[in-house]
Design a protein. Structure first.
Length: 320
């Protein structure tokens, strides 16, 4: 039996002595399916809230197998640490990086790999992938060339270099609207507004380089000027069957990412179809929502991720 630790976004007010409440309902059943499948393979699963990590030790810990809070185990007691969900970590990145470093120093298996987490948290990774031959949404610094193009009538989506869940993502249609980020331009990137987003963003989920399932995310149909697909702003999610071209593009993207020195484990590739073919919107390699239950694949994906983790642990134990 191995001990597996999962960081969770907790809804504290709903947590009970025998129940760890999950904040984002889109993820709730997915994490429970993971845990049930890991238990079935003989592993012991523990949930923690990242807010409870103090000086290399969690002060609260929920043992999922027995549905109870227990005296926290030391991090060195865990064979695998799954950086799954955290609430508000983009607003406290210094502490988040300390947590990842703490996990890394245990010498245990950390998913996703700390090198991958550090690289993926900065959206300038898109340029690294572009240099590897991956077609990405044209991305720029917010500079004078962007201002000139705005003055000529182009529109840009401006987003934080480090951000999540569509927070502070803006559609900028003229130079005056850049005043919203005045003085903070170096914290943002500008991407060409892609009208193709109205046809939907294709999100493909992978374990390693093995495709699992996919969804199609669309902006709100009731808000014609909305460009974000996030459910929090009215976006919708539907099951999607990727094309061979989609699958090839997504795998090539992951292979390119691995070539940057970033191990690939748990990921979601977001792309849109343009006149030039599949185009990368984002490669989510930190804590992607994977919509398993939306795809009717919750239990099946839970078993897949449990087998994947089990194989990693077996390989690691064999190497030692």
């Amino acid at each position: 039996m191995s001990n597996i630790l999962m960081t969770m976004a907790e809804e504290r007010e709903s947590t009970r002595d025998d129940y760890f409440a999950v904040k984002y309902k889109v993820d709730e059943h997915d994490c429970f399916d993971f845990s049930n499948a890991l238990m079935a393979l003989g592993h012991d699963v523990f949930f923690v809230n990242w807010d409870d990590l103090h000086d290399r030790q969690f002060i609260r810990m929920f043992r999922y197998n027995h549905k109870e809070f227990v005296t926290p185990l030391s991090l060195e007691s865990f064979d695998l640490i799954f950086v799954y969900k955290m609430e508000g970590y983009y607003f406290d990145l210094e502490r988040f990086f300390r947590m990842v470093q703490t996990f890394e120093h245990t010498g245990r298996l950390v998913i996703n790999h700390p090198a991958t987490i550090r690289h993926n948290i900065d959206k300038r990774y898109l340029w690294d992938l572009e240099k590897k031959g991956i077609q990405v949404v044209p991305t720029h610094y917010v500079d004078d060339s962007v201002r000139r193009r705005l003055a000529d009538g182009e529109s840009f989506v401006v987003k934080p270099i480090r951000g999540e869940r569509g927070n502070d993502v803006l559609l900028i249609r003229n130079v005056e609207e850049l005043s919203t980020i005045a003085g903070r331009e170096n914290e943002y990137l500008a991407q060409n507004f892609m009208a193709d987003i109205r046809h939907g963003e294709r999100s493909l989920v992978f374990l390693g380089f093995q495709y699992q399932h996919a969804v199609l995310k669309r902006p709100s149909a009731d808000r014609p000027h909305e460009f974000r697909c996030n459910e929090s702003v009215g976006g919708t999610v539907a099951v999607y069957q990727p094309t061979a071209e989609d699958l090839d593009f997504a795998e090539r993207t992951l292979r390119a990412y691995e070539s940057l020195g970033c191990p690939i484990h748990y990921s979601r590739i977001d792309l849109i179809q343009t006149a030039k073919g599949p185009t990368l919107m984002e490669a989510e390699l930190i804590n992607p929502s994977i919509f398993a239950n939306y795809s009717g694949k919750g239990v099946e994906f839970g078993k897949s991720i449990a087998r994947y983790f089990d194989q990693l642990l077996t390989k690691r134990q064999g190497a030692h």
